[in-house]
Design a binder for this molecule. Structure first.
Ligand SMILES: NC(=O)c1ccc[n+]([C@@H]2O[C@H](COP(=O)([O-])OP(=O)(O)OC[C@H]3O[C@@H](n4cnc5c(N)ncnc54)[C@H](O)[C@@H]3O)[C@@H](O)[C@H]2O)c1
Length: 386
């Protein structure tokens, strides 16, 4: 019997579909584990759940099929056709399609929470899995001010929902998952589980959660480079970042409200690492012909001894989805392990994976790496930490 379930919210999007197809390709030996942290030293000895032991389901908006999502990955040269059409991948995708349910659009109330809860509980019962992890890779939502004003106490929070309060869809999924004791991972900048009442609920139900917003490209670079300027006392005057992307995420981020939510998440690390706020700007432009192959450009102006002004420019062209999917697989396996070990609440040691890490103020990649290793392998001598 399978021992855990992965429930993907936004399964028919790029990241959702590649996480699903990539998982099946990995377990069939069709793809090497490039970009995965958990299969390399020092983590290869961790007792992670076997890739073979997972079953899949998810929520999507009406009218989106997983097979079509995989076809889009092939058309954009993110996934090779031979891998997409291998029986192991095709069968895995078809099985997940049978467990796909209609999602909550934009906002939801108490009825939606109940419906999502029934979907998740039904999946757990039908598949016989003991643990389920809900992964949010749905389109980015706009920031919602009202959700933050809801009661902090879980019972009062539920009472407010019963009385008609509404939540952003990401928080509806998080509430249902945590209430059932399931793990929840928010790979997006949307609200998800980051409400006081949901933090308290996770602790009360013995559920674990992590987020927010996968750190895949430009912000990953920032959290490596900014410490260099800080350590060498070079004063950053301005740090201007631009992103040009043409995938559906880019289209969603064309909406000013959703874009603001992503920009807030992308800006967070810089001031925290430098200890002051340089002039900064994060632009996100949607240019459809770029597809998934995002161009990220950074221009950093900094001052040296005697005030000499210098600049550093960087361009990065990458497949957003190919960068994101292995992180999702790592996260799900680490959260499943945390559940099995009886951890509860926010998994702050997973900060390495996120732009806006829940429960952690550390943004520097190397420090986040040390924290991850120390938590997962406390016995490992410092001299053996890669
Ligand atoms: N690709 C990356 O490098 C990266 C990095 C960090 C964060 N993210 C975030 O991951 C998310 C997914 O990115 P993507 O490129 O796969 O986007 P995408 O647009 O291809 O996929 C999003 C999917 O979510 C579905 N969806 C929208 N609202 C939903 C809802 N309420 N319930 C269920 N499904 C819903 C859409 O129909 C779509 O299929 C985005 O929020 C993005 O910001 C991506």
């Amino acid at each position: 019997m399978s021992s855990f379930g992965l429930w993907i919210v936004g399964a028919g999007g790029h990241v959702g579909a590649f996480t699903l197809a990539g998982w099946h390709a990995l377990r069939a030996g069709l793809l090497p584990p490039t970009g995965l942290v958990t299969t390399a030293p020092p983590f290869e000895t961790l007792p992670l759940g076997a890739l073979e032991d997972a079953v899949f389901g998810g929520h999507e908006l009406p009218g989106r099929s997983l097979a079509e999502a995989i076809e889009r990955l092939v058309a954009e040269r993110i996934l090779g056709r031979e891998v997409a059409e291998a029986a192991a991948v095709r069968d895995g995708v078809a099985a997940a399609q049978r467990e796909l349910r209609e999602g909550v659009v934009d906002h939801g109330g108490w009825d939606d929470v109940q419906r999502v809860r029934t979907d998740l509980d039904g999946f757990r019962a039908r598949t016989g899995v003991t643990r389920v992890i809900v992964l949010n890779v749905a389109s980015t939502e706009a920031d919602v001010a009202d959700a933050a004003s809801l009661p902090r106490d879980p019972d009062a929070f539920v009472a407010a929902l019963r009385a008609g309060a509404r939540l952003p869809a990401s928080a509806v999924y998080a509430l249902a998952a945590l209430d059932l004791g399931m793990g929840y991972v928010n790979f997006t900048p949307s609200t998800g589980s980051d409400l006081p009442a949901l933090h308290a609920l996770a602790l009360a139900r013995g559920a674990v959660h992590a987020g927010a917003d996968g750190k895949t490209g430009q912000t990953l670079l920032k959290t490596v480079l900014a410490p260099m300027f800080a350590i060498r006392r070079l004063r950053v005057t301005s740090w201007v970042s631009h992103n040009i992307l043409g995938n559906e995420d880019g289209r969603a981020l064309h909406d000013p409200g959703r874009r603001a939510s992503k920009q807030r998440s992308k800006r967070a690390p810089l001031a925290a690492i430098l200890g002051y706020e340089p002039e900064s700007h994060v632009g996100i432009d949607y240019v459809p012909s770029y597809g998934d192959w995002k161009l990220a450009w950074d221009r950093i102006v900094f001052a040296g001894f005697g005030g000499a002004e210098m600049t550093l420019e960087l361009t990065w062209r990458g497949s957003d989805t190919a960068l994101a999917a292995p992180l999702c697989i790592d996260l799900v396996r680490l959260v499943e392990l945390a559940q099995r070990r009886g951890e509860r609440g926010v998994l702050a040691y997973l900060a390495l994976f996120f732009k806006s890490p829940l429960g952690a103020s550390e943004h520097r990649l190397d420090r986040q790496w040390q924290a991850l290793v120390r938590h997962l392998l406390p016995e490992l001598p410092a001299s053996e930490v890669p």
